[in-house]
Design a protein around this ligand. Structure first.
Ligand SMILES: NC(=O)C1=CN([C@@H]2O[C@H](COP(=O)(O)OP(=O)(O)OC[C@H]3O[C@@H](n4cnc5c(N)ncnc54)[C@H](O)[C@@H]3O)[C@@H](O)[C@H]2O)[C@@H](O)CC1
Ligand SMILES: Nc1ncnc2c1ncn2[C@@H]1O[C@H](COP(=O)(O)OP(=O)(O)O)[C@@H](O)[C@H]1O
Ligand SMILES: [Mg+2]
Length: 275
């Protein structure tokens, strides 16, 4: 297993070319946030925008629109119940992040099935939270894409892989990640990343991160990094490491870290490593 260190940041985060505009840095849609879990998709969207994605649209329950815009006026909004608009938006982007706060009811399942049908070979798909649980519960097939990444915590990985938490060892995890055809970010106090060819272990991170919304924030960062950096494996690895390294910095003087505080630090953090 390869130890993931800050070397991945200098290998991945690039200085922005002068001759660029928002289109250069990728279009992302984030889909999730039901009536009860609006915070999840707001936190994920914050992370995407603060990571530097060029254009971000949040597709969520209409009851979340005002809170989304009070936190993040940079994000565009679309109603998750308007499936025609959702279709147009999904087809127009580089990266789709689905799952934070999506919920697991029939409406959420319909949206997920539609997105899995629409996604093309030119797009990156980030599958998190409720979307992982829905895929597991309904045995949905993960379609071919340019690149797919799953970001389960251990219980979500148990659901989708069939491997009980106590049996989640690298060999078994690796086999299932391959069968799923996706990069797997298996989140825990020592997150492991299973790419097509290698297994990495995060060396950063702190128990001050153990608070609701921390994984939603990571999913948004993964989306934002994948939108900007061509090497998708490196983008995922750099997002995972940055998320935890920022947490380590904040934990020097904070007992607990609020997920949105990670997002607020991302621009300064990336500037230190851009080359
Ligand atoms: N503010 C919000 O709106 C929030 C919404 N959330 C959303 O709520 C939905 C359900 O996700 P949850 O993860 O809360 O619920 P889940 O039911 O999917 O998973 C939680 C269960 O997994 C177990 N578990 C075992 N190992 C774990 C590990 N390493 N990390 C986390 N849990 C582990 C827990 O004990 C618990 O029984 C997701 O869509 C998520 O995005 C959560 O992110 C919390 C914050
Ligand atoms: N003790 C810990 N040490 C390091 N990282 C942790 C710890 N506890 C949680 N995390 C990190 O917090 C995130 C939790 O993700 P997840 O359970 O999906 O949260 P949520 O769904 O509430 O947003 C993961 O990135 C995980 O690695
Ligand atoms: Mg989660």
């Amino acid at each position: 297993m390869i130890k993931l260190t800050d070397q991945i940041l200098t290998e991945t985060i690039r200085k922005r070319p002068l001759d660029s505009y928002k289109g250069t840095y990728g279009k992302v849609v984030l889909i999730g946030g039901n009536h009860n879990f609006g915070g999840a998709i707001i936190m994920a969207s914050l992370a995407t925008v603060y990571s530097g994605a060029g254009l971000t649209t949040t597709i969520t329950d209409a009851s979340n629109q005002t809170s989304l815009h009070s936190w993040l006026p940079e994000a565009m909004f679309a109603d998750i119940n308007d499936l025609e608009q959702l279709t147009q938006l999904v087809l127009s982007v580089d990266v789709i992040v689905i799952g934070p706060g999506l919920g697991t009811d029939a409406k959420a399942l319909t949206v997920l099935q539609l997105v899995l049908k629409l996604v093309t070979l030119k797009q990156t798909l980030v599958i998190d939270g409720s979307a992982i649980t829905l895929i597991a519960n309904h045995r949905l097939i993960i379609p071919q894409t340019k690149y797919t990444v799953l970001t389960p915590h251990q219980m979500e990985w148990q659901r989708i892989s069939g491997i009980a938490i106590k049996d989640q060892h690298p060999d078994q995890n690796w086999l299932v990640a391959h069968q799923l055809g996706a990069t797997v970010v298996l989140k825990s106090h020592q997150t492991e990343i299973y790419t097509d060819t290698k297994i990495y272990q995060n060396t950063a991170g702190t128990p001050a991160q153990a608070t609701g919304g921390m994984g939603d924030t990571l999913a948004g960062m993964v989306g934002g990094f994948c939108a900007q950096f061509a090497n998708q494996d490196n983008a995922v690895l750099a997002a995972v490491f940055s998320h935890s390294a920022i947490a380590n910095q904040l934990a020097q003087c904070q007992y607990v870290i609020l997920p949105h505080q990670i997002s607020q630090q991302i621009p300064q953090f990336m500037a230190k490593y851009a080359n």
